[in-house]
Design a protein around this ligand. Structure first.
Ligand code: FMN
Length: 154
C-alpha cells in the first residue's frame, strides 16, 4: 500500500518515532513517504494564528499516519491547523500517534488524542489505530515498540 506518514515535530521526538515506523512499514513491503508539517513560526508560544510553511499533500495515499506532540494537554496547534486545512480523508485509512513527556496518557495524551481522532474523522477519515508514546520515566523504548506494533499492522 502507499502510505504517507505526516508529522509535526518541534524538538524531534515525534520525528524519531516516525522514522522507525517508516522502517517497519518499508520492511513489510509498503511504499512509504515521511513528510513534515512546519509552521512559519515554530515557537510554541506563537500558537495563535498559525501559518503553515509546509503542508504535505495527502492525495495518492491509501493510508495516512499522522504524528504530533502533545502541547499543553492538547494536540499540537500546528497539527491542528494542518488537519483543518487538508482536503477530505474520505475512503482513507488513518492512524494517529502522539508523543508526550508525561508518563501517563491521562496527563494530556488522552485528551489530545480525542482531538486528533475527531479532527481526522471530521474530514471523513477512518481511524484504524492510535498510539501514545510517553517517553519520560524510562518508558520510551517500550512505548515506542508498542506504537510501532500497533501502527505497523495496516
Ligand atoms: C509548549 C509545550 C507544551 C507541552 N505540553 C505537554 C503536555 O501537556 N503533556 C506532556 O506530556 N508533554 C508536553 N510537552 C512535551 C512534549 O509533548 C514532548 O516532549 C513531545 O515528545 C515533543 O515532541 P517533538 O519533539 O516531536 O516536538 C510539551 C512541550 C512543549 C514544547
Amino acid at each position: 500500500m502507499k502510505v504517507g506518514i505526516i508529522v509535526h515535530s518541534h524538538t524531534g521526538h515525534t520525528l524519531s518515532v516516525a522514522q522507525k515506523l517508516k522502517e517497519v512499514l518499508v520492511s513489510a513491503g509498503h511504499l512509504v513517504n515521511l513528510e513534515q508539517v512546519k509552521a512559519v513560526n515554530e515557537d510554541p508560544s506563537a500558537a495563535k494564528n498559525i501559518q503553515l510553511k509546509t503542508k504535505p499533500d495527502i492525495v495518492g495515499y491509501d493510508v495516512l499516519i499522522f504524528g504530533a506532540p502533545v502541547h499543553g494537554f492538547s494536540l499540537s496547534p500546528v497539527m491542528k491547523a494542518y488537519l483543518a486545512q487538508i482536503s477530505t480523508l474520505q475512503g482513507k485509512k488513518v492512524g494517529c500517534f502522539l508523543t508526550e513527556y508525561f508518563p501517563l496518557a491521562s496527563m494530556g495524551g488522552n485528551r489530545a488524542m480525542g482531538e486528533f481522532k475527531k479532527a481526522c474523522e471530521d474530514k471523513g477519515g477512518n481511524v484504524f489505530q492510535t498510539a501514545i508514546v510517553n517517553w519520560s520515566m524510562g518508558q520510551r523504548e517500550k512505548k515506542t515498540a508498542n506504537a510501532l506494533e500497533k501502527l505497523g499492522k495496516l
